[in-house]
Design a protein around this ligand. Structure first.
Ligand SMILES: [Zn+2]
Ligand SMILES: [Zn+2]
Ligand SMILES: [Zn+2]
Length: 397
């Protein structure tokens, strides 16, 4: 009976049976907390099938991306990771954090300018084409304002594109949540297969984010709520003490809530994805708001874990990866004067309170004296809120 039903669906909706079965499997998987092993080959095939659905009359997925890219682009949206080459130009930059990518440098005219090529310490984002961060005369030929035009997804492809993007966000959220669940039970749990599954969707979403029109779609839907079978209130200390519920959460909330428990291999990819979306002004505001809800948990959790577990090499490496995420993101949040944003989100109060709570974790028991030999002090956890306060004041005061 089930097969007959599926066959009818296949005929009527032009869905393949394998896809319907897989969708059912995903639905079931998202409801089952605990250990589910991903079949990477199956997930890869599913991605290809989704890409085909999105293509419409285009030859293949790459052809679709190329066409959408040429139909409209705004500023450069290149994101680089640490140790990449980038350029600063004192003649063109608007603030000390501004930088451009290698390609934009070579396509622009900086002859006789006060420029410098450097190896990026923690990664960055290209500012070419953004008047708030770079002077117009320093824009490269591709990103000059006269060449910028708004990209959009063709009308007939909008629904499949939206559905595919939402599907990938949901799949990423499910795998990230499963990794988080297991690592909360056991911080040293081996979750390599799930990391590979999550990476498939991160890589795909990064590719989609390189196209203006699709990035705008992604930036909106990453903040929309989906139904997940998990409990994720921001006040919940541990999900294990609560029964599993169907609750609506946005992928952005899930990604930020779990990021401090993610292995380094995922943190970097997630951060690059955030930075790509931060080129969308609307997303920047939503992201700052959501990040500030979790910032305190992120930093205090690190101090608390160091307090509880002491020095553990893998754990310290993951903490450093989280720190590098916040380094990369914070610079982008404060790269344009947005005093209103700082006041609205009470950033000053937030950073000061986190700084105070980190020191409280490191007090000598029963006293008000900070133990300078505490591992969290040795690992300089307090530098996070202190550095963010400094960054904010450097740019705005
Ligand atoms: Zn660039
Ligand atoms: Zn450029
Ligand atoms: Zn220049």
């Amino acid at each position: 009976m089930l097969y007959l039903g599926l066959a009818c669906l296949e005929y009527e909706a032009k869905f393949s049976i394998s896809r319907i079965v897989h969708l059912l499997a995903v639905e079931v998987m998202s409801r089952v907390p605990g250990n589910v092993t991903p079949c990477l080959e199956f997930l890869e095939k599913e991605i290809l099938e989704r890409e085909r659905m999105m293509c419409g009359d285009f030859r293949d997925f790459q052809d679709l991306l190329d066409n959408l890219k040429s139909s409209g682009h705004s500023q450069c949206t290149t994101v680089w990771t640490k140790d990449s080459v980038a350029y600063r130009c004192r003649t063109c930059q608007v603030n000390d954090a501004s930088a451009i990518c290698e390609r934009c440098y070579h396509q622009g005219d900086h002859q006789w300018h006060d420029f410098v090529m450097y190896n990026s310490d923690s990664g960055g984002c290209c500012d070419c084409g953004d008047k708030d961060a770079w002077k117009e005369e320093g824009f490269c030929t591709t990103h000059r304002l006269s060449n910028q035009k708004k990209g959009h997804v063709p009308f007939h492809l909008f629904v499949p594109a939206r559905e595919t993007v939402c599907w990938a966000l949901r799949m990423l959220s499910i795998w990230v949540h499963k990794i988080w669940e297991e690592r909360i039970k056991d911080p040293k749990a081996s979750v390599e297969d799930k990391i590979q599954a999550a990476k498939l969707y991160i890589d795909w979403l990064q590719k989609v984010c390189s196209v203006d029109a699709l990035r705008n779609l992604l930036s909106v839907f990453v903040t929309r709520k989906f139904i997940f079978d998990i409990s994720f209130d921001v006040d919940t200390v541990s999900p294990l003490t609560k029964s599993v519920q169907r609750v609506a959460n946005s992928p952005l909330k899930i990604l930020l809530k779990t990021i401090q428990s993610m292995p380094e291999a995922l943190t970097e990819g997630e951060t690059t994805l955030f930075l790509q979306m931060l080129y969308n002004g609307w997303f920047k505001r939503e992201f700052t708001q959501e990040l500030m809800l979790h910032y305190s948990d992120m930093v205090i959790d690190v101090a608390q874990k160091i307090h509880d577990y002491g020095h553990h090499a893998d754990f310290i490496r993951d903490c450093k990866a989280l720190d590098s995420t916040l380094d990369r993101v914070m610079v982008q949040l404060f790269n344009v004067p947005k005093i209103a944003l700082i006041e609205e989100q009470h950033l000053l109060e937030n950073f000061i309170s986190v700084f105070k709570r980190v020191l409280e974790i490191c007090l000598v028991r029963g006293t008000a004296t900070v133990d300078v030999k505490h591992e969290a002090i040795r690992q300089k956890v307090y530098l996070r809120p202190q550095g963010d306060l400094r960054l904010m004041s450097l740019i705005h005061m």
